[in-house]
Design a protein around this ligand. Structure first.
Ligand code: ADP
Length: 581
């Protein structure tokens, strides 16, 4: 009943633990999934944000360049218009001006426009020849621009517009520049030349360099033919070259003025996010490119940090799972062990109980047989009959001894053995033990020596019957295993605290002795030093096991020294109460 309850509890516990492990794993997986998902979502979202920000930043820069570029061109146009107004009389031949004076006047006009090429304000006659040039003196460059497109355009046009040239390479300064021009007309409306100013590409580059676009960023100013006016950084001398950027040209063709796209650059191969703006008043397109390598740099760090965090978390959770799993397994093992131990104890107890009950039941009929054999031996019998009756008596005596031993051993093991405590005389215990053993020693020539140390009190408080049982066992063995010689019994005091005393009993024989490898075994139940012992000497192998259990109950120890062939000394100690005399 108890066992079943325990078993149910253990099974329930084991099931609980299995469920706990399952739940634990489930919770850990859920935690990991949620945490990882949050990190991944955050990573993807923040990547999108980084892209959005990069494009917004590029748009802002493009708008800024457009604004500043337009403002510069406007400023230059004002100077050109001024020059046209001031110099029309001289250019149309109405008045005359000294070249040096004119040149100085032009130089003065240029002071307000640092973005223009130094001394680039020029006045060109209708044949394309430079007639005045901003400067400190009357020097004029020997330049004819009649073949330049912008000149032809001004000459052929009926309108008086600001004309911006394509990027031009100045052999004179060895620099790339664009020329902006306004034309002179005489009183009849005929073409009378142009006033022009140059804007240097490297000036624009300097402006672009000041805009922070990252290490791999690029800003390019195109004219509407997609010819590069200025680029920062200027790799492979791209200025002046035309690139067909379909994404931009198609968007412009369809009327859009701005947009964005991603592409590997044809100039340097770097992948970039590009933003373009077509200038609203000028024939320019600004293209701003930023590389994910730059604007995702901090995102990349974040990504690796998140990956490391996920790996660490995974490792932590695995460790936690393993630790808890092994802890639970250990707990389950312990539970199972304790269950197994309980079962073993329970079954050994019930076995001992069964044996004790059975031995008890056997004793009644056995006593009957012994009593009847006794009575039968006293009747008139012939010699053969009395020999048979003797055999019955001796056999049943032996059997009773064995049954008694088994009963004692079972009771001792089942812990049903209680020691009595009363006053007894030590000499009486020795004498009665030897008396019991007399028949065993009958046919042997054995000398018994008893030596009780004078310090040993004559009386003691304890269980004399159990002390006798131990002595009968040990002295009985000495008689059994000693064919002839002496058996010396000695008793000494080991300790005496005035209340209790510990006595040491030794039984020394001159018998067959015990092999060294068997010495440890002989105190175990049902063990004999030699398998032939039963045949030769009888016995069950229980005597010393019982003696050991009783000695333990008496708070003592038991042991043996033996030399094979020359004899053994068995000794034991036991604690007794002192009798005050
Ligand atoms: P048994 O009933 O066989 O005597 P015991 O437990 O009393 O059982 O003894 C166990 C074994 O120890 C014996 O069978 C014997 O082999 C050995 N033994 C015990 N006492 C002696 C002794 N005095 N001399 C030699 N052998 C002994």
């Amino acid at each position: 009943m108890m066992l079943n309850e325990h078993q149910t509890k253990t099974t329930k516990k084991t099931l609980d633990d299995k469920f706990f492990l399952f739940l634990l794993r489930f919770i850990l997986i859920v935690i990991f999934t949620i945490f990882t998902s949050v990190l991944i979502i955050d990573l993807l979202k923040s990547k999108e944000l980084y892209f959005e920000n990069a494009i917004k930043n590029a748009n802002d820069i493009a708008a800024l360049v457009e604004e500043r570029g337009s403002a510069s061109i406007e400023k230059m146009d004002i100077i050109l218009l001024d020059a046209v107004r001031e110099f029309t009389p001289y250019m149309t031949g109405k008045s005359k001006i000294n070249i040096e004076t004119a040149n100085r006047l032009l130089l003065e006009m240029m002071i307000q426009i640092p973005e223009a090429q130094k001394e680039s304000l020029r006045l060109i006659d209708k044949n394309g020849q430079v007639v005045y040039n901003a400067g400190e003196d009357a020097k004029l460059p020997n330049v004819n621009v009649s073949d330049r497109n912008y000149f032809k355009q001004q000459k052929d046009s009926n309108e008086s517009n600001l004309v911006i040239s394509e990027p031009l390479y100045s052999k004179f300064t060895q620099k790339w520049l664009i020329v902006i021009s306004r034309k002179f007309v005489d009183s009849n409306g005929n073409f009378a030349g142009v006033a022009q100013l140059a804007l240097r590409a490297d000036y624009l580059q300097k402006v672009f360099a000041g805009l922070n676009l990252g290490e791999n960023g690029v800003i390019t100013l195109y004219n509407t033919d997609m010819r590069i006016i200025s680029r920062f950084p200027d790799l492979n001398n791209t200025i002046g070259k035309a690139y067909n950027i379909t994404e931009v040209s198609e968007a412009i063709k369809s009327g859009r003025v701005s947009g964005s796209y991603a592409k590997d650059s044809r100039v340097d191969g770097i992948h970039r996010e590009y933003v373009f703006h077509k200038f609203s008043d000028l024939p320019f397109v600004i293209l701003v490119g930023t590389s994910p390598k730059d604007f995702l740099a901090s995102w990349e760090i974040k990504k690796w940090l998140y990956i490391a965090t996920i790996i660490l978390l995974a490792m932590l959770l695995i460790w936690l799972e393993r630790t808890l799993k092994s802890a639970t397994k250990n707990k389950m093992l312990l539970l199972e062990e304790s269950y197994a131990r309980k079962v073993a104890e329970e079954s050994s107890r019930s076995k001992s109980e069964f044996i004790a009950n059975m031995s008890h039941e056997l004793r009644t009929p056995l006593n009957g047989i012994i009593g009847m054999a006794e009575i039968l031996s006293e009747t008139e019998l012939d010699s053969e009959q009395s020999e048979y009756v003797d055999i019955i008596r001796i056999s049943s005596d032996n059997l009773l001894e064995i049954v008694n031993d088994i009963l004692d051993f079972s009771n001792l093991q089942a812990k049903k053995f209680i020691l009595n405590k009363h006053t007894a005389n030590l000499q009486d215990v020795i004498d009665s033990s030897l008396e019991i053993l007399k028949p065993k020693a009958k046919n042997k020539s054995l000398e018994f020596i008893v030596n009780i140390n004078e310090t040993v009190p004559s009386s003691f408080a304890g269980d004399d019957a159990r002390l006798r049982q131990i002595l009968v066992n040990i002295i009985g063995n000495a008689i059994k295993f000693t064919p002839s010689g002496t058996i010396a019994i000695s008793i000494d005091v080991v300790s005496n605290d005035g209340k209790d005393m510990v006595l040491k009993f030794s039984v020394k024989d001159s018998g067959i002795g015990i092999a060294p490898d068997k010495l440890k075994l002989i105190f175990d139940a049902f063990s004999q030093a030699d398998s032939s012992t039963t045949r030769k000497f009888g016995g069950t192998g229980l005597g010393l096991a019982i003696a050991k259990l009783i000695v333990n109950l008496m708070d003592g120890e038991i042991g043996v020294q033996s030399v094979e062939g020359s004899g053994s000394t068995f000794w034991f100690t036991a604690k007794f109460g002192l009798i005050k005399s």
